[in-house]
Design a protein around this ligand. Structure first.
Ligand code: GNR
Ligand code: NI
Length: 173
């Protein structure tokens, strides 16, 4: 098992559109395990392969309080979304420290392969529905801050660049 590096906004690689996973094999199972380890270590509820610079349609999620209910979605496809939406605060491991409201469908149905290569239908609402939509956006090269106003997004971008410079200065001492 190994920890992977999470790309940070603004990094152009976060805007890469992911390709289909070609086969659910040993390589993919290792990647999924490493992504779960990375997600748990970062205390996140989800992680998309895009965030670890792998541009394939793979996401890992655990929205459980006990942090022991991992979910792996391979080649996820949205098959239905409720017309009812809700605005809720979101955060992102690629945009640390930023939380803001995003409008999402309250309920969704998603088809995806599991780690055995079997097709599963996921019926989701609440936090799980929000998280799946957030992760599927990553696979399309979209980061949640792109839903915010250009003014907010630019402030976030500036803050992230400054934060990175401060970290680099800190590391060089
Ligand atoms: O850990 C995360 N929390 C979160 C909270 C509200 C809405 C979405 C998320 S996903 C995020 C982890 C992450 O960045 N996944 O891409
Ligand atoms: Ni995210």
């Amino acid at each position: 098992m190994s920890q992977l590096t999470i790309l940070r906004y603004p990094d152009q690689r976060l805007h890469t559109v992911a390709k289909s996973v070609p086969a659910v094999d040993a390589r993919l199972r290792t990647l999924a395990a490493d992504m779960l380890e990375t997600m748990y270590e970062a205390a996140g509820i989800g992680l998309a392969a895009t965030q670890v610079d792998v541009h394939e349609r793979l996401i890992v999620i655990d929205v459980s309080e006990s942090r022991d209910q991992p979910l792996v979605l391979i080649n996820p496809e949205l098959v239905w979304a409720s017309s009812e939406t809700r605005i809720g605060d979101e955060g992102c491991l690629s945009v640390p420290g930023i939380y803001d409201g995003v409008e999402r469908a309250t309920a969704i149905r998603v088809q995806a392969l599991d780690l055995d290569g079997k097709r599963q239908l996921h019926v989701a609402e609440g936090t799980l529905a929000v998280c799946i939509q957030h992760e599927m956006d990553h696979l399309m090269g979209k980061v949640f801050v792109e839903y915010l106003s250009p003014l907010k997004r630019n402030r976030i971008k500036t803050k992230m660049i400054k934060q990175k410079k401060d970290e680099e200065r800190e590391a060089s001492y």
